[in-house]
Ligand binder design. Structure first.
Ligand SMILES: *Cc1c(COP(=O)(O)O)cnc(C)c1O
Length: 352
């Protein structure tokens, strides 16, 4: 089976060998306060910052998932209501989680075929943190870097970005936001079970001002441990090992992003040519890493079933479009040969 599921998704083929190496190296049996672990943690962060071109003064922590990041941000970085700008299921979930913890989250919803405009500026003054979903995995939309850049230049608010299904697949405008996070089972091409949380100096400063220390995953505990190359609780040591090996292996993000952009252009051209209707008709709002194809319930079910018989797993739709769309991951670990196989299948299906 080959998979185009947008998370968990296809892992890099080298992961098999790295798993064996991890076992043989002994590091996965080592104590997480040992020098061997601490060195590996420091090396992993340094390789990640290098390959993803993260600014030197931003801090990187490993947590358990993107969902945990929703909770960490709500607990440790929000004292005045946050503003959530979203167009799909993941942005909405983030808002709902935050609402439960802080009880003041407000939302600005925009259509998935539009880009959010800045008329919400009046709402910005009353909130301290703006929450955005860089790549809305549920409907195949993404925010262009120019949007993040203009938001940054128009407001002083801290900005948090869910980049779960784009980090490590596209270039991110790091300086345009203060809090970035992702989980490793999407563009990182790794097995699930870890989240990456990245903070600007301003976000760190704000966490210190707020001084929140009530939870096992309070941001300040996480940070204090990571500053010593440790973690507040026993971490996913195998996950960190694999992330380090993958970060050593991958090309610098500019090159990876070039391939992602090229493949996504080809995907959209292909789907248009063979008359597969796209969920996102506005080209400017389209994601490069997750492509959503629309269809009736019957047609969508048929195509997923036929693909399965051909040995190909398509991503189900998500949220409101669960049964009326399917999704294709355009993640870096997927090979050109696999893409060609899926396209061949789609050509023959279109002809039926
Ligand atoms: C997958 C995903 C999440 C949730 O990730 P977990 O690792 O399951 O916590 C959150 N946001 C977006 C945009 C996602 O694609």
């Amino acid at each position: 089976m080959i998979t185009f599921y947008p998370g968990p998704s296809k892992v890099y083929p080298e992961v098999g060998q790295y798993l064996q190496e991890a076992f043989e190296s002994g590091v996965i049996s080592a104590n997480h306060r040992s020098a061997a672990f601490m060195e590996m943690l420091a090396e992993t962060i340094s390789n990640l910052k290098l390959k993803l071109d993260v600014p030197a003064d931003y801090e990187v922590y490993f947590v358990s998932s993107a969902t945990e990041c929703w909770e960490i941000i709500a607990q440790s970085l929000i004292s005045v209501p946050s503003l959530h700008i979203y167009n799909g299921a993941f942005g909405e979930k983030w808002m709902e989680y935050t609402q439960k913890i802080t009880s003041g989250a407000s939302s600005f919803y925009f259509d998935h075929n539009a880009l959010p405009e800045l008329p919400f500026a009046s709402k910005l003054s009353g909130s301290e943190l703006i929450c955005l979903t860089h790549n809305e995995t549920s409907n195949g939309t993404a925010l262009p870097a120019s949007f993040l850049e203009s938001l940054r230049s128009e407001s002083d608010n801290l900005i948090a970005v869910d980049a779960t299904s784009s980090m490590a697949g596209v270039e991110l405008p790091w300086e345009s936001a203060d809090i970035w996070y992702a989980s490793v089972q999407k563009c990182f091409g790794l097995p699930a079970g870890m989240g990456v949380l990245i903070l600007s100096p301003r976000a760190v400063e704000r966490a210190i001002e707020l001084g929140e220390r009530k939870h096992y995953n309070s941001l300040l505990f996480i940070r204090e441990n990571f500053l010593k190359n440790q973690t507040p609780f026993t971490p996913n040591i195998l996950g960190i090992y694999l992330l380090n090996r993958i970060m050593q292996q991958v090309k610098p993000i500019e090159e990876v992003a070039e391939q992602t952009a090229l493949r996504s252009r080809e995907w959209y051209q292909f789907l248009t040519k063979y008359r597969y209707p796209l969920v996102v008709t506005n080209e400017a709002a389209r994601s490069e890493t997750v492509i959503a194809v629309a269809g009736t319930r019957e047609k969508t079910a048929q195509i997923k079933e036929a693909a399965k018989k051909a040995g190909i797993v398509l991503g189900n739709g998500y949220g409101t479009q669960k049964d009326t769309s399917f999704r294709i991951a355009n993640f870096p670990a997927i090979s050109s040969q696999e893409i060609a196989m899926l396209q061949q299948f789609l050509v023959s299906f279109a002809g039926k």
